[in-house]
Design a protein around this ligand. Structure first.
Ligand code: FEO
Length: 402
């Protein structure tokens, strides 16, 4: 089988999932990979597993480097089932392997795989700063609780400066290529942004804490190898993705606006076009997402990449359209910060959608503009009010953060 080398004696032995299109609610039109790494030092170490069903592919890749029974250690950086699902079946092939993971990972493994032999596994708990010599290389462990599960951990291979970063720096991107420079940096960074927005956005503080910790420990990275998507191996790519993570964790974004809406009889759509026009009149870039035509994962990516988002819905049964409600629920979980937001929509007899959206956005602690509601089909004057609303959004976006 084709072998993919990161550094001397460090190999990618993961699996490619060309078919997955829904990753717990995150649409993945490009599929994904479940990356595992094999280090063939004096001790042979497998770092991370793969999703259930992909174990045979991992084993075939391992066999291109060594026999699975020669593996001494298995490092479990993270127990979510896309990485641990195949471990019970792999354990039957690996022989007397010693597992290293965080305390919380051990607790979770016992709860996840009871009935699958977990009680017989030889598990050693490690924590931040613990080191494991495997021959010429040394592994250093770094716990990153809630980045993005309580058990999450990173493994740093000290001498070749390789960070096995698990979910951090990943992308849901299936490819026959293994490295960011092979698929193109723009694509890799764009998918990394989408991944960050949908998986890591709520954990900006933890990202900043990790960056600080890395600085204090004096760690340098030649290669960052995540558990999904392509690997960052060129120094300029490593620097770019770290810089991007720092910016995203601070909710930095260009001065542009996303309009996120749905419509019933096109009145709210007309309002959207007029607001868009007002934003353009102020020279500010605007993206528009109609929710019943857009993947929520893409809209979340837009929330990360725009300094403002304004949400539109007509009033339906005294509330908002279900697609808009679903968006608000999703975004509430992602906990965006430092965003200017607004709400608008048309109504027939009793309004309410825009006010409800506004109230939902207030709960997130965002900078909320007064909502704009119009009755039935907007008149020319109403549309002028929408243009003015768009101009006001744009002016505030431009002024913000100066
Ligand atoms: Fe890729 Fe949190 O699992």
């Amino acid at each position: 089988m084709e072998r993919y080398q990161l550094k001397e004696e460090i190999w990618w032995v993961g699996a490619i999932d060309w078919n997955v299109r829904d990753f717990h609610g995150y649409e993945t039109p490009r599929g994904t990979t479940y990356n595992a790494y094999l280090i063939t030092d004096e001790k042979k170490v497998l770092v991370d597993g793969v999703r259930s069903g992909f174990g045979p592919e991992l084993l075939r890749r391992v066999r291109a480097c060594c026999e699975p029974r020669e593996i001494d250690y298995l490092v479990v950086n993270h127990v979510e089932m896309d990485h641990s699902g195949a471990i019970p079946s792999l354990m039957k092939q690996l022989g007397d392997v010693q597992i290293f993971c965080s305390r919380r990972a051990k607790d979770a493994l016992l709860l996840l795989y009871h009935g699958e032999g977990v009680q017989d596994w030889d598990i050693t708990v490690v924590g931040t700063g613990d080191e494991l010599s495997i021959g010429r290389y040394t592994l250093t462990f770094l716990e990153v609780p809630m980045l993005h599960w309580p058990d999450s951990m990173l493994t740093y291979v000290k001498e070749p400066k390789v960070l096995l970063s698990n979910d951090g720096f990943g992308q849901h991107l299936a490819s026959s290529r293994r490295f960011a420079d092979e698929v193109g940096l723009d694509l890799a960074l764009d998918e990394a942004a989408k991944y960050y927005a949908n998986i890591l956005m709520p954990f900006g503080n933890q990202v900043q804490k990790l960056v600080k910790q890395v600085g204090e420990l004096g760690l340098e990275f030649d290669v960052i190898a995540p558990s999904h998507g392509v690997i960052w191996r060129r120094s300029e790519d490593v620097a770019r993705v770290i810089e991007a993570y720092v910016g995203w964790s601070r909710f930095e974004a260009p001065a542009r606006v996303a309009l996120v809406f749905d419509t019933m009889w096109q009145s709210t759509e007309k309002m959207t076009r007029a607001i868009e026009d007002g934003i353009a009149q102020e020279g500010v870039e605007c993206s528009v997402f109609r929710l019943n035509h857009s993947a929520l994962a893409d809209v979340a990516r837009a929330v990360l990449g725009h300094r403002a988002f304004v949400v539109g819905s007509p009033t339906l049964n005294n509330g908002m359209l279900p697609t808009v409600g679903a968006f608000l629920t999703y975004i509430r979980g992602l906990r965006p910060k430092n965003r200017l937001v607004g709400a608008y929509g048309s109504y027939g007899w009793g309004g309410g959608a825009a006010k409800l959206i506004s109230a939902g956005l207030e709960e997130l602690g965002l900078d909320v503009m007064d909502p704009l509601e119009l009755k039935y089909v907007p008149t020319e004057d109403d549309l002028e009010a929408c243009v003015d609303y768009g101009r006001e959004v744009a002016r505030r976006v431009k002024a913000w953060g100066r």
